[in-house]
Design a protein. Sequence first.
Length: 169
Amino acid sequence: MKSSSEIVVLGVDPGSRCTGYGIIRELSGTLSLIKAGTIRLDSIEDMSRRLAVIFSEISALISLFHPHQAAVEEIFTAKNASSALKLGQARGAVIVACAHNNLPVYSYQPTLVKKSIVGVGRATKEQVAFMVARLLGNRGGWAKDASDALAVAVTHLNLRRASGLRGCK
């Protein structure tokens, strides 16, 4: 049974070809990694099928790990409208999976995540991955999308702690 001072957060970096996820526990101010990985969709050509897989995999993670909240990265400005649309659809599949499983969702801009983790809003993926590993007391080595998802979860926990959030979105 989870302690009242424990919170488990599912972080997600949505993508139409690869969606990263990370699950982190905070207990008495100490962060620990539960699981990190990616949902690879490169072999699936049909976009509707990709979205269904994202929905199913995120739902399965929620059922298995019972997070209290989800933190999802917002869409950055894509290079073209088609890319932005696909990213938005992937993000939508994540949000619907969370809502379907009664999991509150919080959204964060990529620049805010980078600033929260590294101190600079234009930090590289490598800098973010390095700092996330240090914050979690881990060696890292995750896929970049998983590191980004963990960074979103850590950002949520940091901002939650700093602002005293309990259930606000």
